[in-house]
Each structure stands twice: as C-alpha cells, then as structure tokens.
Design a protein around this ligand. Structure first.
Ligand SMILES: [Zn+2]
Ligand SMILES: [Zn+2]
Length: 355
C-alpha cells in the first residue's frame, strides 16, 4: 500500500497571467473520494502549449483559479472512491489523465461518442485541478489504462498531442497511399502526426522550418519537406509534389491562420481540412467558392473520446509512434513556460513530480 500524505507539492497559478509557484496543497483522503473518483499518485506529466494559454487566460472561456494546470499525466491508482460500481481500473494500475477529465456518458454528445463535447464536461487543468501536482483526483471511467510495454514518460504526451492528431487522421476520410499535408510537422503535435500518418499508410508532406525540424520529419518518415521560410509558394509546392492534383487531406497543427488558408488552396477536390491547431484569436478566411466548388470538407477535430485514446496509446505501445521529449522537474515549470513562449522546444517536455 502506498502511504498517502496529507499535503503535496503542486504548481499553482494564483491569478491568471501571474508566474507559477510551487505550493503545498492538501491531498484528498480516500474517504473523501466520491463514487467514481480515483486518487492517482502522479509519475510524470507532459507540458502542452494549452497549459500556457490557460495560465495566461488567453482564451474566451477562463479557467478556475487558483489554477493547477496539466492534462497529459500518468499516475498510479492509489485509491478508488467507496461505492464505485464496475471500475474498469484497479488500485496499483498505471493510468493516464487527459484533457477531458470527466464526461457524463449519458448526454446526446456522449451517447454519440463525442465525449469531448459533453454537456457536463470537466477539463483537467482548466475546470478541475490538473496533473501539475503529486496527487490528482480523476475518474475511473475516463482515465486511460497504460499498457506495461509503454513507459510513463513516453505515454504522457500521447494522451493529449498523440490522441488529438490520431483522431484527426482517423476522421480524415483518407485511404492508404493518400497524400496528407502536415503544417507544423516539426512541433509537439506535428511530429506525432507524421508517425501516425505513416503507421496508417498515408504519404506525408511535412511543412515547418529549420534544419533540426527537417531532419526530425525526414527521420520519422515524411516523404517530402517544405520549409515555409524558404519557399515562395507553399500551394504550388504541394501541387507539384502531388502530381499537380493537390493533397487528399491537410492536418493543420500549426496555430498560424495562414496554415488554414493555404490548405484550402492546395487540397484536391473532395479533400479534407482537419482543423486542430488553436490560434488564440483568429478567424478562418476561406473562399466559400473554393470550398463549395472543390467539395471540400472542413472538419474541426477536438482531442478525442476514450476509444480514440485507447487506440492512440496502443499504437504507441507497439513501438510505431514515439514522442520526442526531454525530462525536467515539476519545479522547472516556469522556465519551461518561458521556453514555450520563445518557441525553442523541439518535441515535448515531460516533468517528473520532483521539486
Ligand atoms: Zn494538450
Ligand atoms: Zn455527456
């Protein structure tokens, strides 16, 4: 049995826009857990750009304060609330916490498999305390079991970035050998998207900039590389690489609005624009004529449901998809946020729970 302490260290944002501080906060006792809740002793947590947006209060819907951020963590179940019925996870098991911390499973959206759009959704590190703390309360029906073959650190970012791009590919209505363009391919989401796309047999055109990201994308199996800072015309490049016909799908992981507009121009008729990247304040400027005349589909894809998460994790556990990350400590988080602001992080940062 794990000894559960009364207090723990957590990375807390007191007021939105302020620095993160490591504070002592109480740990819920097993007796205080409601039915369906579980207490996790965290092993590690990824840091996502979304966490920075939350801490800064960038988005129209504001997070709770004081805020404990984090939504891609792995922990061990150390307690399950009394009177929990049919728990799919057990004490001692390793599980992952995702952006969607809890969904009701009964509303129309949940019944249709859109748990991420649940009427009663609770969001990790936004509306409920997230994974930047040594103990986290989560929900047995929403956490994702982590297979033994997958390290906790390797699993962390699959739970958010991996899940997000995997679902977008899954719903892109592409077939094996179809061309998928990935703007932002060298980033946290993008480098995972390249690997999932290759795994399901798609041909990848990676768009990003810099020698380091070029090498990463090519090592991961992208067939072509376009450096957006060097090329004069991304649309012409994509058309040329696809025999003049355009790509079947674009998985837009960049937060630049231009990444969206270009995709409308380089998709072939019947193509799918999978919208994933989230600019804080931007409008999507697409020519309606082009969208209609080319029979394009513009598909907003928001994280994923529990099944998408299981599939994304299982593919990673098979060894086919690997997150590129570096490990730091929970107490390094303010410095990690600074690096995120500067855009100097290649791949992901995963924090251990040490302070
Ligand atoms: Zn995230
Ligand atoms: Zn629901």
């Amino acid at each position: 049995m794990v000894q559960i302490p009364k207090t723990q260290k957590a990375a807390v944002v007191g007021e939105l826009g302020q620095d993160v501080q490591i504070r002592d906060v109480p740990v819920k006792t097993p007796q205080e857990l409601a039915p369906g809740e579980c207490l996790l002793k965290m092993i590690c947590t990824g840091v996502c750009h979304t966490d920075l947006h939350a801490a800064m209060g960038d988005w129209p819907v504001k997070p709770n304060t004081p805020l404990i951020g984090g939504h891609e963590g792995v922990g061990e179940v150390v307690a399950i609330g009394n009177d929990t019925v049919d728990s799919p996870v057990q004490v001692g098991q390793r599980v992952g916490v995702k952006w969607i911390a809890h969904s009701c499973l009964h509303c129309e959206h949940c019944r249709k498999g859109f748990e991420q759009n649940c009427d009663d959704v609770r969001i990790s590190g936004y509306t409920v305390d997230g994974t930047f703390s040594q103990y986290v309360v989560s929900w047995v029906h929403t956490v994702t079991a982590i297979p033994d073959e997958l390290d906790s650190e390797a699993a962390a970012s699959i739970l958010c970035a991996g899940l997000t791009v995997y679902r977008a590919l899954k719903y892109s209505e592409t077939n094996a050998s179809d061309w998928v363009v990935i703007p932002g391919a060298g980033g946290g989401l993008g480098h995972l998207a390249v690997q999932y796309a290759k795994y399901i047999g798609r041909r990848v055109i990676a768009i990003d900039t810099g020698d380091e990201k070029e090498k990463l994308c090519q090592d991961l199996g992208a067939e072509h590389w376009i450096d957006f800072a060097k090329t004069k015309d991304i649309v012409a490049d994509v058309k040329k690489l696809t025999g003049g016909r355009g790509a079947h799908a674009a998985l837009v992981t960049t937060a630049l609005p231009s990444g969206y507009t270009q995709a409308v121009d380089y998709l072939r008729p019947g193509g799918h624009l999978m919208a994933v990247g989230l600019p804080a304040k931007a409008h999507f400027n697409a020519g309606i004529f082009d969208v209609v005349f080319k029979s394009l589909t513009i598909h907003g894809s928001y994280v994923g449901n529990r099944q998408d998460a299981v599939e994304a994790i299982e593919i990673a556990a098979s060894g086919a998809v690997k997150c590129h990350y570096m490990t730091k400590k929970l107490s390094d988080i303010e410095q990690v946020y600074d690096d995120l602001r500067k855009g100097t992080i290649a791949g992901r940062v995963v924090l251990t729970m040490d302070v």
